[in-house]
Design a protein. Structure first.
Length: 161
């Protein structure tokens, strides 16, 4: 998918979207990337009918803290979905692998242990250029994709037994 803009999507036209409350947790680490992702998610949620006052943004120091904050928001019962936004860029040590694995498992746990969809919007790239390409560059903005995923999962949750 290295040549395809994955952020192109057909508008969802979800009824009652203005009633949904969405939580977004954003890592401050690599904020030159995470803020692009946040902005892409915000623009998309608003374009799909979510009222700005129903979008609640929280900041945490780094990607590893996303799991704790996302779980807290999911368990609160206040949100129809929670989007976890972060960025980890590979370095010279195995630290990258531990952080990525921990965050992925933590967000997965939110989905298994709560009734609130938790959306994984954490870029795990080999270098800064790859992260820039996926946060509003040539390959789109994964924040857009996360917002659409959140809305689709809210719809699934409402329709499921």
């Amino acid at each position: 998918m290295a040549t395809v803009n994955l952020s192109d999507y057909k508008p969802l036209n979800i009824s009652n979207a203005d009633e949904y409350s969405i939580g977004i947790v954003v890592s401050e680490w690599n904020d030159f990337i995470t803020h692009n992702l946040r902005d892409g998610a915000l623009e998309t949620l608003k374009a799909e009918g979510i009222r700005e006052e129903n979008i609640h943004i929280y900041y945490v120091p780094g990607a590893f803290e996303l799991s704790f904050a996302t779980m807290k928001l999911c368990r609160s019962g206040r949100f129809a979905a929670v989007i976890a936004i972060g960025n980890v860029i590979r370095g010279e040590t195995p630290h990258f692998d531990y952080i990525c694995s921990g965050v992925a498992q933590g967000i997965k746990d939110c989905n298994i242990l709560t009734e609130t969809p938790a959306i994984f919007c954490v870029l795990t790239d080999d270098n800064k250029e790859q992260s820039l390409e996926r946060s509003g560059g040539r390959l789109g903005n994964k924040g857009v994709e996360a917002a659409i995923t959140a809305l689709k999962m809210i719809d699934f949750n409402k329709k499921s037994i």
